[in-house]
Structure formats: structure tokens, C-alpha cells
Design a protein around this ligand. Structure first.
Ligand SMILES: Cc1ncc(COP(=O)(O)O)c(C=O)c1O
Length: 459
């Protein structure tokens, strides 16, 4: 039987109840936001951190929990959008950063960079050479510049729904419309980017045949920004084969998947090696560090002592040598190696499945139309009846899901920031944490008529 849409006044009443409860529980965040709005642009340090009626401010975290300014502990399944794969304040990383603090925060050519790159080489066989930098955005920019230098060609194939950071040229085609994301991006910025549907080898083949000026194919193996419609191993193998045949550089942007799907990232998980790959987020486990890695031949242009005839590529960053980031990277990667060896990745993936199954059961029990995408320790939720898919979900109204996330915050579960729909689990989460999150979802779904809200949103 079709669910009746909630009438508008009941939608408003439900919204007012959830938002009202949030206001009651978070007065210190309300005050912090009022203060922040006078100095910080948008009252936060990034667009996605903002949500209505005002963002939640936190004072600290430990393990799987983060404590807000009112002293309420939240089960943290957002992990600051992914970096905290080892949880908050993991001892191995905190100790390593403290141990190097005496060096000072920045020195030129620290041996620590060598140690961190050696750690990377142990888990990433395709990392014949490594360059550390500060953010995933910079790592992608550098990988693309290296591919263009090696091929002498300008065009990059990018997939619809894939996010690659702040560079204007890649802030296009994040949704099925293919449009740039936000204003301030001139068409010239992405004039050398060809957008292709993900998961469709024929579409990629056609794009490579149509353009004889392609330097690289760039992809996020999780398609995280577009809804977590991850890759099949078969598709990645076909991409590998097509790029090899056409002498196009294959770049895996592993900012999301790196160290998360396996210690060796998506490349190890799927057994497909890219030519260049980028890492950030979990690489520093919360500290600021990123890396671009690749074959010695492709990375050679970064070497001032390269043989004559090899083009030079400029890359430098004032803080590339930052002590905290490099110490954290060396320690975190060593920890991922241990966790891989002891079988913990299998348990991490199993907890992802446990959360996905638990949420599906809660939605089913409440009669709420839903689709849950899960890839290892990552989830994304969709409240809709539509046929699952990147294109069909492109314009699903987001507000019922945002209300659900807000209602869960009221229960002490930060499943995702309401504006993000990014759910991540860490090695610090236990099965009891997962069951607690599912029980909270169950309570929320019994208290409020989300089936009616979703039907109202679909009107
Ligand atoms: C796949 C992917 N690439 C690149 C980036 C950019 O990384 P950063 O935010 O460190 O610049 C992100 C950030 O979320 C990402 O998800």
C-alpha cells in the first residue's frame, strides 16, 4: 500500500520537533556559531561543515567518540570526513608526533620524509617514487601535471560523480548534469576535461577514440562524492587495459580509498595497479599530509638531476616537510600494515556490512523506502523508492535524510554531518558501537514518521 505523504503542517511540526530538540541539547554550539559567524566565512572552515539550524562544535575526541561543546559524547561515524580511520587520538600516531616534536614543526629535508616514503613503498608496490605534499587537491594537481608532461597531451578524462578536490578544472561533473560545481569557475578551466559515465567501458573506449589528446584517465575507485557507486574489479581491469593500449596514464585518486579498503588501498583490494596514485585523508590519520606516488619513469620529471631530454615538472610546497604530517604518515602506514597482517581489515569490512544491514532492517521495519550503499567501512544512505543508480538518485530531495541525521545527533550518534551523507567506520569502532548506532536509528524511526516525510518530499 502506498504511504500517504505527511501533510505540510505535520512535516513542519516534525521538523520543528527535531530542530527544537537539537537547540535544547546544543546551546554552547549555538553560542559558538553566533561568535564564529562574525569572523569565519560562513561561520565554519568549510562549506560541508555547515548545517541547519547551526553547526555542531566539538571540543575533542577519543577512539570512536567525539565530545561537543556542551559535553555530550557522540559516536563518531563521520571521522572528520574520513581521515580518522584509526579513530580519534590513536596512540601509535599521537606518540610518533610527540616523539618528533623536539625537531620543530618544519625543517628542510628531514630524514623523516625518507622514513615515511619507505613505509609507503612497503604497502604500495606502485610507489616507486613518492612526493609528499599538503592536501589531496595538490596531490591530484601534481599527478595530472606529471601525466601531461609525460605524454605532451592536455586532456584528462574525468568521470561524472567523481570529486578530486578544489582545483577549478575538476570541479565539474560532480552530479549527472555535468555542470561546474558552484560559481567562479570559468569554462576555460575545464576545457581540457572530458566527462564520461563511470562503470561503462564502452563509454570510456568511445571517449578515448574521440580524443587523440588524452594524457590521463583520472578516477576515484569508490566514486565517493557521487554516491559510493564503487568499482567492480572487472571495470578497473578494463580501464587498465584500455589505458595501456592507448598509452594513456591511469591515475587512481585514492584520497578516499587509500589505506581504507586495504592497507594497499583500492589498487590492492582490486589487484589493479595504476601508473600514478594520490593519497591524503587516512595517510595522516588526522595530520595534514598528502602524497603522489608512481612509477620511477613518470615521477622522473620531478628530479632536477633527470637526464637531458626528460621534461621538468615543477612541484614544491612550503610545508611539504611538515614534521607532524610526516611523523603521522610513517606511524599510520606502519599501523595499517599491522592491521592488515592481523586480519583487522576483514573485521572492519564486516562492521561496515553490520551497520548497513542493521540500518536496512530499521528502515524496513518503519516502512521507509531506502537504499544503502556500502563499500567496506563506508556507507551512504538514500531515502527514496527510485531505481538505484547515480543518475536516478541525482535529484532525490535531501531534506528527509538531513532531518534523519539531525535526529540521530540528538541521540548522540553522528552518523554523518547532515550536509554530507558520508558515513565512515574506523578501526576504533566495535560491534557494540555499530549496534548502538542501529538502535538509535530504530528509536528515531519509531518516533517520527519518516515514511510520510519521504512521501511528502516526493510530491
Ligand atoms: C577522491 C578525492 N580526491 C581529492 C580530494 C581532495 O582532498 P583534500 O580535501 O585533502 O584537498 C578529496 C576530498 O574529499 C577526495 O574525496
Amino acid at each position: 500500500m502506498a504511504v500517504q505523504p505527511l501533510p505540510a503542517e505535520q512535516v513542519e511540526r516534525t521538523r520543528a520537533e527535531i530542530v527544537g530538540r537539537y537547540r535544547e541539547l546544543t546551546p554552547a554550539s549555538a553560542a559558538a556559531y553566533a561568535r564564529a559567524a562574525r569572523t569565519l566565512a560562513g561561520g565554519t572552515t568549510g562549506n560541508l561543515r555547515h548545517f541547519h539550524p547551526y553547526p555542531l562544535f566539538f571540543g575533542g575526541g577519543q577512539g570512536s567518540r567525539m565530545v561537543d561543546l556542551d559535553g555530550r559524547a557522540h559516536l563518531d561515524c563521520f571521522l572528520c570526513n574520513g581521515p580518522l580511520l584509526l579513530g580519534h587520538r590513536p596512540a601509535a600516531v599521537v606518540d610518533a608526533v610527540h616523539a618528533r616534536a623536539g625537531m620543530g614543526s618544519l625543517v628542510v629535508n628531514p630524514l623523516l620524509a625518507v622514513e615515511a616514503s619507505e613505509a609507503l613503498q612497503r604497502v604500495l608496490p606502485h610507489a616507486e617514487r613518492v612526493r609528499f605534499l599538503n592536501s589531496g587537491t595538490e596531490a591530484v594537481m601534481t599527478a595530472v601535471r606529471l601525466a601531461r608532461a609525460a605524454t605532451g597531451k592536455p586532456r584528462i578524462v574525468k568521470f561524472l560523480g567523481h570529486y578530486h578536490g578544489q582545483d577549478d578544472q575538476f570541479l565539474v561533473g560532480l552530479d549527472p548534469s555535468g555542470r561546474p560545481f558552484g560559481s567562479g569557475i570559468p569554462p576555460s578551466a575545464y576545457s581540457h576535461v572530458a566527462l564520461v559515465r563511470y562503470g561503462d567501458p564502452a563509454a570510456l573506449d568511445a571517449a578515448l577514440a574521440a580524443h587523440d589528446d588524452v594524457a590521463a584517465v583520472l578516477l576515484d575507485p569508490a566514486m565517493h562524492s557521487g554516491g559510493l557507486w564503487g568499482s567492480t574489479t572487472q571495470f578497473l581491469r578494463e580501464v587498465r587495459e584500455l589505458t595501456r593500449r592507448r598509452r594513456v596514464v591511469l591515475i587512481f585518486d585514492e584520497v578516499i580509498t587509500g589505506f581504507r579498503l586495504a592497507a594497499g588501498g583500492a589498487a590492492a583490494f582490486h589487484g589493479v595497479a595504476p601508473d600514478l596514485a594520490t593519497y591524503a585523508k587516512a595517510l595522516g590519520a588526522g595530520e595534514k599530509v598528502a602524497a603522489v606516488v608512481g612509477s620511477e619513469a613518470l615521477m622522473r620529471p620531478l628530479d632536477p638531476d633527470r637526464p637531458s631530454g626528460v621534461p621538468g615538472v615543477f612541484q614544491s610546497g612550503t610545508a611539504n616537510d611538515g614534521t607532524a604530517g610526516l611523523a603521522a604518515a610513517a606511524a599510520a602506514v606502519a599501523r595499517y600494515e599491522e592491521l592488515q597482517a592481523s586480519g583487522e581489515y576483514g573485521r572492519l569490512h564486516a562492521r561496515g556490512a553490520r551497520l548497513a544491514d542493521g540500518l536496512r532492517a530499521a528502515f524496513r521495519a518503519a516502512g521507509v523506502p531506502h537504499h544503502v550503499n556500502q563499500l567496506g567501512p563506508m556507507l551512504q544512505l538514500f531515502l527514496t523508492n527510485r531505481e538505484p543508480g547515480f543518475e536516478s538518485f541525482g535529484d532525490v530531495p535531501a531534506w528527509p535524510l538531513m532531518l534523519l541525521y539531525l535526529a540521530l545527533i540528538n541521540e548522540g550518534v553522528l552518523l554523518s554531518l547532515p550536509t554530507s551523507n558520508h558515513v565512515y567506520l574506523s578501526f576504533a569502532h566495535s560491534d557494540e558501537d555499530i549496534d548502538g548506532a542501529v538502535a538509535a536509528a530504530d528509536r528515531v524511526l519509531r518516533r517520527y514518521d519518516f515514511a510520510g516525510l519521504v512521501a511528502a518530499a516526493g510530491r
